[in-house]
Structures are given as structure tokens and as C-alpha cells.
Design a protein around this ligand. Structure first.
Ligand code: HEC
Ligand code: HEC
Length: 268
């Protein structure tokens, strides 16, 4: 039954969405109109018919915040990483399977951008270091490392492995995240993350951070156990459990194999 239901549902969804995907790239007014249709179906429940935000019945906390002025970059990040549509409001909007095609993400972004001016989706030229010479790349990585250390390690850990946040949330691991989404995360400050607007961290500084994060992706493992690169807590735990544990185990083993213990057994 479940299988049958699942098949019917996927079939139905496919029938509903396939024609839309088959259409060609459209003009921007068209894009906004299509984005609005998608928005009414998938997002308006939490963000309001016109993206104005929705209060819960108790009137205090928001089901979904206002999207007026968050810009195309916020939508591209949130929907492109699968965070939106959120399944239910909560402390964390984790990465999920992306629910929309690239084209639909662009349409949603165009619609939200049409509500009020906001940060645009960055261009590959904004964060790529392809055009730089080898020396300039090295410099960018070093600068990016320093910027990362002062601005990001508090939450994301020195290797970008992520860490816990107040109220049960967490800052995710950010190694291996696509450059565009790193840029957009800085630009829009999702959830508990600070916003690093261009006045705060210039586009070049953002590019340097991305170059740095790219460089730690390529860094080889230098042997030994990385322990997830989580730092002193996991390393300390490892030393206590495995290090001291094996010493205690060894001591017990010695005690069990001395003449005295065998003598006691004979007496008993
Ligand atoms: C105050 C803590 C905090 C600081 C400082 C911070 N972040 Fe974040 N960051 C977060 C949290 C929390 C999330 C998860 C948001 C969510 O799930 O919606 C996040 C998400 C991200 C993501 C998205 C990862 C993914 O899986 O899609 C990237 C990339 C990122 N941060 C990069 C940075 C960079 C680069 C800096 C420094 C310039 C930085 N962050 C500074 C807390 C922080
Ligand atoms: C179940 C409710 C829910 C649904 C459905 C939902 N959202 Fe959200 N959305 C939220 C909540 C809650 C937040 C705030 C997360 C936070 O910052 O803690 C949010 C945040 C956002 C943000 C970030 C706003 C900012 O200030 O940067 C964007 C963009 C967004 N949503 C877009 C969408 C789009 C587009 C859809 C439809 C595809 C959608 N959402 C569907 C609940 C929802």
C-alpha cells in the first residue's frame, strides 16, 4: 500500500511539474510571475501571500519571517541548499535534498527580489581566483585564513568542521560547500549566523575566505587520526578514553597474570 501510494504520489508530482521544467528560459517578468506561483504553493503558508511573514496563532513568534528585502541571494542560498521549504519551524534549518530545479530556484529568487531591493546572487567572477597569478592566489589564501580566523572560527571551528550553538542549534561543517553558497551565506547571514555585508567584509575579502576554504579542502591528511578535526575536546576525550583506558586495561591484565592472583585462587 505504502509503495503504491508513493508511486502514485511521485507520478502525480512529476505530471504536475514536468511541463514547467520543459519550457525554455523566460524573460524576467515571466520569471517573477512563475516565481510567485511557486511561492504561493510552497512558501506562502509560512512567509505570507506577499512574503510579508506570518505570525503564529499566539501572535508572538513568526512561522516564517518577512522576505521583503532579503534579496535573491538569500533565496538562492536557502532553497539552493535545500534549507527551504522548511519542514517545520525550529532552531535549525538543516541542509536537505533540494526540492526545486535550478530554473525554479531562479524564478523564486526573481519573485522575492521583486518585492524590494536586496543582495543579488553573486557572479562567479566575484569569488573565483582563476584570474589570479600563483603568487596572488597564495596571498589571497593567507589573507582569507586570517579573515576566517577572526570572523568565522568562533562558530565554525578552526578547520571549518562546525560546532555547537546556543539553544540546541549548531554551525554546520563548511568544508566542501560550493563557493557560491559560501558567498551567499556571508552576504545574507542565515539563521543564527552573523551577516557579513559588503561594507563589513568587502567582496575581495569574501573571495579570499572562499579561496582559503578551498585550500583546506585540498590539504592532504598528514597521517595519524584527524579525529574529525574537532580540536582539543575530541582529542582530550580520545586521550582519556583510549589512552588511559588501555593503561587501566593493561594494569588489570598484569594483575590477573601475577603469581599472587593464582595463589589466591588456589587458597580459595
Ligand atoms: C555566530 C556564529 C557564526 C559565525 C560567526 C559564522 N557563522 Fe556561518 N553559520 C552559522 C550557522 C548557525 C549556520 C547554519 C545556518 C542554517 O542552518 O540555516 C551557518 C552556515 C554557514 C554556511 C552554510 C553551510 C552549508 O552547509 O550550507 C556557510 C558556508 C558559512 N556559514 C560560512 C561562514 C563564514 C565564511 C563565516 C565567517 C566569515 C561564518 N560562516 C561565520 C554560524 C556562524
Ligand atoms: C514551515 C515553514 C516554512 C516554509 C514552508 C518555508 N519557509 Fe522560509 N523560513 C522559515 C523560517 C522559520 C525561517 C527563518 C529561519 C531563521 O532565521 O531562524 C525562514 C527563512 C527563510 C529565508 C531567509 C530569510 C533571511 O532573512 O535571510 C528565505 C530566503 C526563505 N525562508 C525562503 C523560503 C522560500 C523561497 C520558501 C518556499 C520554497 C520557504 N522559505 C518555505 C519557514 C518556512
Amino acid at each position: 500500500m505504502v509503495l503504491l501510494l508513493g508511486l502514485l504520489l511521485t507520478g502525480g508530482l512529476y505530471a504536475a511539474f514536468a511541463p514547467a521544467q520543459a519550457e525554455q528560459a523566460d524573460t524576467s517578468a515571466d520569471q517573477v510571475a512563475k516565481g510567485r506561483e511557486l511561492f504561493l504553493v510552497g512558501c506562502a503558508f509560512c512567509h505570507g501571500q506577499n512574503g510579508e511573514g506570518v505570525l503564529t496563532e499566539r501572535g508572538n513568534t513568526q512561522l516564517g519571517p518577512s522576505l521583503v528585502g532579503v534579496g535573491a541571494a538569500a533565496v538562492d542560498f536557502q532553497v539552493g541548499t535545500g534549507r527551504m521549504p522548511m519542514a517545520q519551524p525550529g532552531v535549525q534549518a538543516p541542509r536537505k535534498t533540494v526540492a526545486y530545479s535550478d530554473e525554479e530556484v531562479a524564478q523564486l529568487a526573481a519573485y522575492v527580489a521583486s518585492l524590494a531591493p536586496g543582495p543579488a546572487i553573486p557572479d562567479a567572477a566575484d569569488y573565483s581566483i582563476e584570474g589570479l597569478s600563483a603568487d596572488q592566489r597564495e596571498e589571497a589564501i593567507v589573507r582569507g585564513g586570517q579573515i576566517f580566523l577572526t570572523n568565522c572560527t568562533a562558530c565554525h571551528n578552526f578547520e571549518g568542521s562546525g560546532g555547537a550553538m546556543p539553544r540546541g542549534g549548531y554551525a554546520p561543517k563548511i568544508r566542501g560547500v560550493e563557493p557560491k553558497y559560501i558567498y551567499e551565506a556571508m552576504l545574507t547571514g542565515p539563521q543564527a549566523m552573523d551577516t557579513f555585508s559588503n561594507g563589513n567584509l568587502s567582496p575581495e575579502e569574501k573571495r579570499d575566505v572562499i579561496a582559503y576554504l578551498g585550500s583546506i579542502n585540498e590539504e592532504p591528511g598528514y597521517g595519524g587520526f584527524g579525529l574529525g578535526g574537532l580540536g582539543p575536546v575530541s582529542e582530550g576525550l580520545f586521550a582519556w578514553l583510549v589512552g588511559l583506558g588501555s593503561l587501566v586495561g593493561f594494569a588489570v591484565w598484569i594483575a590477573a597474570h601475577t603469581t599472587r592472583s593464582t595463589k589466591e585462587k588456589v587458597e580459595a
